[in-house]
Design a protein around this ligand. Structure first.
Ligand code: HEC
Ligand code: HEC
Length: 206
């Protein structure tokens, strides 16, 4: 069950690794400077995450508008690999705790961007919304726009959310017990198709 999109991941990884090669001079430069400003640090992120922190392509998530706690938690779990990643582990380890706090405020102050996602399957949205209400909305409140410590699903990139779900299902990324139960119930009742409908719905939320 955790293997649905495995074939795509190496490709996405190769694409973003190309991106890392491009981003490296900016990262190295910020290392040399005694006290890089947050704008300089953020510049290294926008190679992939876009100028407003909303990522290029379907696999790179939007990172604006997150509560600081969640942003910091994501960076720390990338640093220690408890949240598996293609590139963020290596990137996150290049920043200190206080630099990450500055980045969290910098990106958190910007509104969460919801760019058009032409790859969304519109025919899945209505059913996805109903399934989300039953299996996800108790934690991903207000149509996935907020909720305590859960990140943002509303308008988040579809392929990124698929990778995240795969990581949860395979056990590579930890889930709390209540979330795991909902995932198991959804898989039993509606299979991969159920997840696909829900993620297309969340990606479509404006
Ligand atoms: C080479 C491209 C690239 C660069 C540069 C990059 N990121 Fe990422 N970022 C990603 C990808 C891809 C993911 C998804 C996890 C993974 O596979 O690494 C991600 C995920 C994230 C997430 C998780 C968002 C969420 O809501 O789940 C945060 C936060 C983040 N990046 C912050 C940053 C910051 C801050 C910087 C700059 C210091 C940065 N990223 C630089 C590609 C990049
Ligand atoms: C019991 C609460 C709970 C339920 C129910 C729940 N989630 Fe979550 N979800 C979380 C938490 C907590 C996180 C953040 C985990 C982390 O930061 O590692 C999360 C994170 C996510 C993420 C990753 C977001 C990111 O930015 O990386 C996705 C995708 C996701 N959930 C999808 C779903 C879907 C789809 C459902 C319904 C089938 C669902 N969740 C139901 C608690 C829940």
């Amino acid at each position: 069950m955790g293997t649905r999109h495995k074939g795509l991941r190496p490709l996405a990884a190769a694409l973003v690794l190309g991106c890392v090669a491009m981003a490296t001079p900016a990262l190295a430069q910020s290392d040399d400077m005694a006290d890089p400003t947050v704008e300089v640090m953020a510049g290294a992120c926008t190679f992939c995450h876009g100028t407003d922190g909303n990522g290029i392509g379907a696999a790179i998530p939007s990172i604006t508008g997150l509560p600081s706690d969640q942003f910091i938690y994501m960076m720390e779990t990338y640093q220690d690999d408890s949240n598996p990643s293609t590139v963020m582990g290596r990137i996150a380890r290049g920043y200190s705790e206080s630099q990450i706090e500055d980045l969290a405020v910098y990106f958190g102050d910007k509104p969460f961007e919801r760019p058009a996602q032409p790859w969304i399957d519109e025919t899945m949205i209505a059913e996805g919304k109903e399934l989300a209400a039953e299996y996800c909305e108790s934690c991903h409140e207000n149509e996935g726009r907020d909720g305590e410590g859960v990140g943002i699903l509303a308008g988040q990139k579809l392929q990124y959310m698929r990778f995240s779900v795969d990581d949860f299902l395979s056990g590579a990324r930890e889930m709390e017990r209540r979330q795991a139960r909902k995932f198991r119930d959804l898989m039993e009742d509606h299979g991969d198709e159920g997840f696909e409908k829900i993620l297309n719905y969340y990606a479509s939320v404006k």
